[in-house]
Design a protein. Structure first.
Length: 685
């Protein structure tokens, strides 16, 4: 450090120019800081909030929902219950760094049941409208799900995992008292032994329970070596509970072949209601107790099949298909209060639709604005709930905000919440433009979106990032996406599209990649890049490509088939379909529905569509990025590609995210790291 006298002398000698320079430097620094604060930064992830799980009070006067937020100290996403009235007035029902979820109103609207970890573990809690108090009413040993009130308001049904004792078949003799031996070996012999996000599965099954609505001792009403659960719905007389399960002895060989069942609460007797090949699920009894709605389809062995809406009489007779004319999958269902129609949700062309459908199948679209729940990448999908007056509250899809709540009453809509105005209202976000272009393969129309960087100037040249969605049977939408916005904030134009194989464009469009993936969907993606380049503002020496899961497959496929990109980031990919089918968590499903048969019987087919087969063509610098706890597309897939790229001399790197499952963005800092590493790799080239 310089002596104080020296500093004073220097300031006197150079006083005039130094003050001018300091002021200029300070102004530039201040301007840069202000400009940075006005664009989205990595650390802004912790400021985001979004609404989910709307539960409209039966009166229709207000809605309780989960207000999700990111906690910077715990690096976790939490959610508390909030109430919003029809004028947009907000008030909290719960608070603190806890996770409250699954709010469900009692039939009389006097009590709200929900699940929360605020008592140390996930328990059922009740909130009473008269006292404005809430408290846990169970002491469960597992986490409850599928809360459902009986119509008489006396009982709550739920499902919960029940562990079973399964001692190891071998015990080692001769261990002295106090000896420090290695952990005992783990003996595994069950079909489904691990799952992404859950890890290695304990022995046991999910069973159905009931508990008095006033709290007390839960009673298990299903038993046996099968999982019982899913969405639960009570019969009109409060004597039975409807559920979906695969109770076949060969359930492992038929992973999608579930049926609807009704269990009698008093006796535990189970009655089968459906009997076809294909999934039957999400049962919902009508308010008058006379009809049952449910979702399913006739299984034809395709990798993608439309989910339809059916109704039948309460005894399982008179079954009818209501959505035979609709070419989009139903995702949500609610009965109208008069039991004469239903409200359904589905995605069409990347937009979340809510419609009313009568019992003859006549469908009336009410809105196409539902969505917004996937704040990391712009996936479609949302949630809605219906009040007794048929008003609807739904999560709003917006290109510039994560999910808020919207109320629809008749033809009038009103936005109820604006949860991110404080965090994003002053930000200069990327402008999002929807585009349609033709595929050079067969002229099909392909939908996409362009994100323009803040202060975009069409007279300049910009880098282009192609961001590819996963699935592959999913769809992007015109919704807020933190990853897209962060990429654009660094001066990139970002393109994201729905190539063939995507959902929400009809069954035939999705089935184009059945036993044929990747293939022409790659052509669709390259045509999208060409369509943006044709606009005249892209630097063709700075093209980049990335994607996760199915998008990781397509990114690896892309660099094996073209060297037009300056760099690529392959996130949580499948590189070798042969090894994937034998290591992924849902291996019985993938081998049966995504391929013509088992890998050793169809080696040529598996390898023809594996990116590893084309690694010898790769010249593009390619980074791998995967969670170390990913059991959907296991880390071994990324390791194969990393080592193969090293062997052929391609510049590569591997980013391993500790403890992260397939959903890397579940922890906010992991979302930040994912985007930061992608941008680092692209900016390096």
């Amino acid at each position: 450090m310089k002596p104080l006298a020296h500093l004073i002398a220097a300031s006197l000698v150079f006083s005039a120019p130094s003050f001018a320079d300091d002021h200029s430097s300070s102004s530039l620094a201040d301007h840069a800081a202000i400009e940075k604060s006005q664009t989205l930064q990595l650390e802004d992830i912790f400021q985001l909030e979004f609404a989910s799980s709307p539960a409209v009070h039966p009166s229709g006067d207000y809605t309780v929902f989960v207000r999700n937020y990111m906690d910077i100290m715990d690096d976790r996403r939490y959610g508390n219950l909030w109430q919003v009235d029809n004028n947009g007035k907000l008030r909290p029902l719960t608070g603190g760094t806890y996770q409250d979820f699954s709010p469900v109103w009692s039939p009389d609207g006097k009590t709200l049941a929900f699940v929360s970890n605020r008592s140390g573990s996930n328990q059922i809690h009740l909130y009473w409208t008269d006292s404005k108090e809430h408290a846990p009413v169970t002491r469960l040993t597992g986490s409850p799900s599928g809360l459902s009130w009986s119509p008489n308001g006396r009982w709550l049904a739920f499902s919960m995992f029940v562990p079973e004792s399964s001692p190891a078949p071998v015990s080692l003799p001769g261990k002295p008292r106090g000896a420090n031996w290695a952990e005992p070996a783990k003996y595994i012999d069950k079909d489904q032994y691990r799952a992404d996000g859950a890890g290695f599965l304990p022995d046991g099954y999910r069973q159905i329970f009931v508990v008095p609505a006033t709290g007390g001792t839960p009673r298990q009403i299903t038993f046996g070596d099968y999982n019982h659960g899913g969405q639960l719905s009570w019969s009109g007389d409060s004597k039975q509970i409807l559920f979906s399960a695969n109770l076949r002895e060969d359930a492992f060989e038929q992973p999608t072949n579930s049926e609807l069942y009704a269990v009698t609460v008093a006796t535990g007797e189970i009655e089968q209601l459906t009997d076809r090949k294909g999934p039957d699920g999400s049962p919902l009894v009508s308010p008058d107790g006379k009809r049952i709605a449910w979702l399913g389809y006739d299984d034809e062995g395709m990798s993608y099949q439309l989910t339809d809406l059916y109704v039948m009489d309460a005894d399982g007779s008179d079954r009818e298909l209501l959505t035979a004319e609709l070419d989009y999958s139903i995702s949500g269902v609610e009965w109208a209060d008069d039991s004469r129609s239903l409200f359904v949700s589905y995605d069409k062309h990347g937009k979340g639709h809510i419609a009313e459908i009568d019992l003859r199948g006549k469908l009336t679209v009410l809105t196409d604005e539902m969505g917004g729940l996937s704040y990391s990448r712009p996936y479609s999908g949302g949630a809605f709930d219906v009040a007794s007056d048929d008003s609807i509250v739904f999560t709003l899809a917006d290109a510039y905000r994560p999910a808020d709540l919207m109320r629809l009453k008749g033809k009038n809509t009103k936005q109820l919440t604006s949860l991110n105005e404080d965090a994003l209202g002053h930000k200069n976000l990327a402008r999002i433009e929807e585009i349609w272009y033709e595929s050079s393969h067969d002229g099909k129309k392909i939908q996409g979106w362009i994100a323009y960087p803040p202060n975009f100037d069409a007279s300049k040249k910009y880098p282009l990032i192609l961001e590819i969605h996963g699935g592959p049977h999913t769809a992007y939408a015109g919704s807020f996406a933190a990853e897209i916005q962060l990429m654009a904030a660094r001066g990139n134009v970002v393109l994201y599209t729905n190539p063939r194989g995507s959902t929400s464009y009809g069954e035939a469009f999705a089935q184009e990649i059945h036993h044929n993936y990747p293939s022409e969907d790659y052509t669709d993606l390259m045509d999208g890049v060409d369509a943006v380049i044709a606009k005249g503002f892209i630097d063709e020496d700075k093209l980049y490509v990335t994607g996760g899961s199915g998008g990781g497959v397509l990114t690896a496929w892309t660099v094996g088939h073209t060297d037009r990109f300056a760099a690529a980031v392959v996130a949580k990919p499948v590189i070798n379909w042969y090894s994937f089918v034998l290591t992924a968590d849902a291996y019985s499903y993938f081998s049966k529905y995504w391929f013509p048969g088992l890998p050793w019987d169809h080696l040529e087919h598996y390898m023809k569509y594996s990116p590893i087969s084309y690694v010898g063509n790769v010249k593009t610098p390619t980074m791998l990025l995967t969670g170390e706890a990913d059991y959907r597309t296991p880390m071994s897939e990324s390791e194969q590609y990393y080592q193969a790229l090293k062997l052929v001399g391609v510049d590569t790197a591997m980013v391993r995210v500790p403890d992260a499952p397939h959903g890397i963005y579940n922890r906010p800092s992991n979302l930040m790291a994912k985007v930061a590493y992608i941008l680092h790799w692209f900016e390096k080239y």
